[in-house]
Design a protein around this ligand. Sequence first.
Ligand SMILES: [Mn+2]
Length: 332
Amino acid sequence: MPTNNITEEEIAEFFKKEENFLLLCHTRPDGDTLGSALALKRGLEAMGKRAKLFCAQEPFANTEFLFGEEEWPAFDKEEEDGDGTVVSVDVASEGLLGSLEGVFGGTVKLKIDHHETGDDFAEYNFTDPSAAACGEVIYRILKRLGVPLADAAEPLYAAISSDTGGFRYSNTTAQTHRIAAELLDAGADNAFIDHMLYENRTQGEIRALTAAYGSMRFFLDGQVAAVTITNDDKRRLNLREEDLGEISSITREIRGVQVGITLRQEKLDASRFKLSVRSEPGFPANELCAIFGGGGHPCAAGAELSAANGKVALATVLKHLADGGEEGVKIV
Ligand SMILES: [Mn+2]
């Protein structure tokens, strides 16, 4: 469990004091990390400060619309970036910086996050696990700073919508809706943003979803659904990594499924598999992932494991789901 050694009030003071910020997103960037960092950048710029976004990977197609010219995240630090104050946004642990860890590892001054599990890798660490999205925390900080929300409303709404699955997940609170309402008042076009986020699939993503549905298997009386995407599938269907972004959420759509498991073979190391777990309230997805050294939220978590092939990887995960098994995580 990450600990806090700075308050929101002190974070506001922190942003007032410094002039130049380098804002880091997590790898495999989602709408929350990108939207939160972009909103923070625009808020800081409204205060006359400089801020630049960094991410180990290009944003996926469905979040491209958020970025204006000159706002696209950079992969690497340039000389002109200078001695900026490094702030991470929605990054639970330093490893989630991906290749940025090599550039910024050990230099993060302030970590702003909302994940229940993670490391205190920054000098100042702030995590609010009650926030549905990091965007909620950034919203409160911008309010404290007295920044007008107009330019930040769209990315903040996208951040919150992304991490709540369009306000459908159990992390959505009355406060989430109150913040969203204020963002609409400030000019966020909810229908447009949600259309861009959720109804904007590429043909590659559709091919990935077809493969995911085709590979789906059910276990434990239909309480567990599992999807496996191998490198063979990727070659056969010409799938790029960015086409696979949505496949881990499809198990949520199925009646009776408590736990959804998605396994994706690593392109560069066929013996490694990325595990995503999505669950209904009552099953701790993060505890299952913690067995493999990963983490995340109770209803959405991830990890990596080694296995000879997809079948072995799935069997390894299922072993820890045995109902009541001593080392397993119990399905209630
Ligand atoms: Mn988030």
